[in-house]
Design a protein around this ligand. Structure first.
Ligand code: M6R
Length: 610
């Protein structure tokens, strides 16, 4: 969840690291730090808070060097303060290290190191690693070997980068469970936890795999396993551009990403729908298509917003494929000793492709013999690489911590998979073509909803001081209620709950009074009459109602306080539309409260620790 950047080469590493950290700040933003080597000396600067504070200290210090590492932190062990910020070092400050992940046996290691007289300055788990490496340096090993030996003693997850005054021309880095990528430049090499930090400098990258360690110099790099086997790494050419990770004139990344959805959804479906055959073509599933089509059971596993997308997928698969489908939190699946039978397929959904629980659940399911498929946004991410096949979302980089365009992209991909499999089962050509026709109109319909932005902002003004919210929906729109509530709570810090509308009577209705806003997702579908009854029940208890309704529904205006009217589509595609006004509502409420929507408190973009 933290961000790592490093550089060794001809250029001044300081602006490269600061710029890279800013691009990674969405991953963690509690504190930041930098360490460089200069004329045989180490210099460390770190602070609590944003990278911009670090930038000021760096400028004041006139820091400049050709080798350095930087870190932006999301606290796990120890509060966010200067002492706990990375880099951490050994006792004589000759060795500096940055770390993402969690060292699970750090207490044991710390006790052992303390016994040998080492004093610890921070409360972090990470600080044990430089001291452990130092103990191997003292036995006469070089940096690479010392790091390798130290990592063999460590339990847990890590992405690390280390520099050492006595070997001042190299960065040693290693990975297990936390992403790490090497960038290859001209007369310089980079390391980062995320390609966003490198893309301004190079498109040639090498992904480290779990259990691999590398050393990078200005003009070369080499890698081994931590068991000491030589390995050849493949160089990959990135296709993303710098523009994709800039705000592009918007005040926030979140708004940019909401507004991008007509295009991002178009990109998710681009070249994948075939009208003549009324089906979809998904290259990443071709090699497993027979096995997938004959699945006896499908499990969808994910976390957070991606889990909500999975719930929509369950409705799609059961309606069109008639394959029993279950949706599991990845954090539960991984520890539940799940019963995996022959013929089970598990889809793992993840925007980042790096979520620790999802990745671990996938590894566990693979061990048990399931067909493991990925639906990821980040190309080349760990979950994508670990899978037996899958589909990229192609929504483009999502920087705002609150997931928006990735969610609509995930729904688009799930719908494409549904069409593809349904047409191999019993969906007719005519029905496939009808679906195609609905599908291709979705981007335009999202655009129409986005044109309601100002109206939604006015509604947000009404509700910005509310303390609680209820979101209610039925069928395909029940997961959208969950997602609407999650969006609101994560960026506005207002308590919000999503429920299936019918469940309201089983408890939550007790909360309803004139201070309780209730958002109904109520398009004209087969559950419309039922949801209208639920609206009446809330009305009778003086709840204030906002309804997401179909554009031709004039009846609902008489029942509710505010309506947001959206175009119609078929049920399975409806969530791609109904979620958009909920994203905007959450966005405007949070902005009106003066909050940082891109970097909400306590959160990080990808949760790479348990
Ligand atoms: O990268 P992933 O899709 O695996 O992330 C899963 C969740 O951490 C993520 O969706 C989280 O809930 C977002 N903050 C939601 O906006």
């Amino acid at each position: 969840m933290c961000g790592i950047v490093g550089y060794v080469g001809d250029k001044n590493c300081v602006p490269i690291i600061i710029e890279g950290l800013k691009r990674l700040e969405y991953r963690g933003y509690d504190s930041a730090g930098i360490a460089v080597l200069n004329n045989g000396n180490s210099i460390i600067l770190k602070n609590k808070g944003k990278v911009s504070f670090l930038e000021k200290s760096v400028e004041q210090a006139g820091l400049s060097a050709h080798i350095g590492i930087g870190h932006t932190r999301w606290a796990t062990h120890g509060i966010p303060n200067e002492l706990n910020a990375h880099p951490h070092c050994n006792t004589d400050q000759s060795l500096m290290l940055i770390h993402n992940g969690i060292i699970e046996n750090y207490q044991v290691l710390k006790t052992m190191l303390k016994k040998s007289g080492i004093k610890f300055l921070s409360d972090t788990d990470s600080e044990v690693i430089p001291h452990l490496i130092d103990s191997f340096l003292k036995k006469g090993h070089d940096l690479f070997e010392a790091v390798r030996f130290a990592l063999n003693e460590v339990e847990g997850t890590y992405g690390i980068a280390v520099i050492y005054t006595k070997e001042p021309n190299k960065i040693v880095c290693a990975k297990k469970g936390s992403p790490l990528v090497i960038g290859i430049g001209e007369n310089g090499h980079y390391i980062a936890s995320d390609v966003n930090a490198l893309i301004a400098h190079t498109k040639q990258v090498v992904y480290l795999e779990d259990g691999e360690i590398a050393e990078i110099f200005a003009d070369r790099f080499s890698a081994k396993t931590i068991e000491d086997e030589d390995i050849q790494k493949e160089i990959i050419e990135l296709t993303m551009s710098l523009d994709e990770i800039d705000r592009g004139g918007y005040q926030t990344f979140m708004l940019k990403e909401i507004m991008e959805q007509p295009e991002s959804v178009r990109n998710s479906m681009r070249g994948r729908l075939i009208f003549e055959e009324g089906t979809a073509k998904l290259g990443g599933l071709e090699s497993v298509l027979d096995r997938l089509s004959h699945s006896k059971r499908i499990i969808i596993s994910a976390c957070g917003t991606s889990w909500h997308a999975g719930l929509v997928g369950e409705y799609m698969f059961e309606q069109f494929l008639r394959i029993p489908t279950e949706v599991e939190y990845a954090s539960e699946l991984r520890y539940r000793n799940p019963i995996i039978n022959e013929g089970d397929t598990i889809f793992f959904i993840s925007q980042s492709g790096e979520t620790a629980d999802t990745l671990a659940a996938m590894k566990e399911a693979k061990r048990k013999g399931a067909l493991c498929l990925a639906i990821c946004n980040v190309v080349g991410s760990s979950i994508a690489r670990e899978s037996d096949g899958g589909v990229y979302i192609h929504a483009g980089p999502e920087i705002g911590v609150a997931s928006t365009k990735a969610f609509t992209g995930q729904l688009t991909v799930l719908a494409l998979i549904t069409i593809l499999l349904a047409r191999r089962k019993d969906m007719s050509l005519a029905d496939g073509k009808a679906l195609y026709n609905e599908f291709i109109q979705i981007p335009e319909k999202i655009q129409k909803i986005l044109s309601l932005n100002e109206k939604i902002e006015t509604i947000a003004e009404e509700f910005k001081d509310s303390k609680n919210f209820l979101y209610l929906g039925r069928g395909y729109n029940f997961p959208v209620a969950l997602e609407g509530a999650l969006k609101l709570k994560e960026i506005s810090y207002i308590h919000a709950e999503g429920y299936p509308a019918a469940e309201m009577k089983h408890g939550p209705i007790a909360l309803v009074d004139e201070n309780m806003p209730v958002v109904f997702i109520a398009p004209k579908d087969s559950t419309y009459d039922k949801i209208i009854s639920n609206i009446e029940e809330i009305k009778a208890r003086k709840g204030r109602i906002i309804a997401i309704a179909s554009e031709h529904d004039t009846e609902i205006d008489k029942l509710v306080d505010f309506t947001i009217k959206i175009p119609d589509t078929i049920r399975m595609l409806m969530p791609i539309l109904t979620v958009v006004p909920l994203q905007l509502l959450a966005y405007h409420i949070a902005m009106k409260k003066g909050l940082n929507v891109d970097q909400p408190r306590n959160l990080a973009k990808s949760v790479t620790v348990e």
